[in-house]
Design a protein around this ligand. Structure first.
Ligand SMILES: [Zn+2]
Length: 152
């Protein structure tokens, strides 16, 4: 997110292959993630020479408005909540993913803010219920290595 959006800036335009004057651009965009439809607000810039929309693809905040809107529309967990549920379980990302039948990379992405499909959101929420977690450890605990079991 650019902190100051209220005036033209000089940004690199890939279509012009040059630094170009760019004006702020704001609009609402309709989108669908994991089957959930929603709209979100986009703040970007537009090249004043060619009209290309300019954003910094290296900006880690670039997807945040879209993901926040998805979470609001779908009622799914945010990154901090996923991490909090996992940490309360006493399990590493690898062990938590193993118990839930997900890949560790998926749990890692969720803890970094990636949007969560509703069925996976349900699984993670249920793993946050102590009796459900105990059931998972009984049913799937054999999949964990000895050092991966919660220490309690
Ligand atoms: Zn341009």
């Amino acid at each position: 997110m650019q902190p100051v959006m209220n005036g033209p800036q000089i940004l690199f335009c890939p279509r012009c292959s040059a630094m170009s004057p760019a004006r702020p651009l704001a609009y609402d965009e309709d989108c669908e993630i994991h089957g959930v439809e929603f709209s979100f607000h986009v703040d970007a810039f537009e090249c004043m020479n060619c009209g290309e929309e300019l954003a910094d693809p290296a900006d880690p905040e670039l997807m945040r408005p879209m993901y926040d809107a998805y979470r609001a529309a779908s009622g799914t967990l945010d990154a901090a909540s996923v991490k909090a549920i996992r940490e309360r379980s006493g399990l590493s990302q690898v062990a938590f993913a193993t118990l839930l039948g997900m890949s560790p990379a998926t749990i890692n992405r969720f803890e970094m803010g990636a949007p969560i499909a509703i069925k996976e959101d349900n699984l993670i929420r249920m793993a946050g219920i102590p009796s459900a977690l105990r059931m998972l450890l009984r049913q799937r605990g054999h999949l964990l290595k000895p050092g991966q079991r919660p220490k309690r």
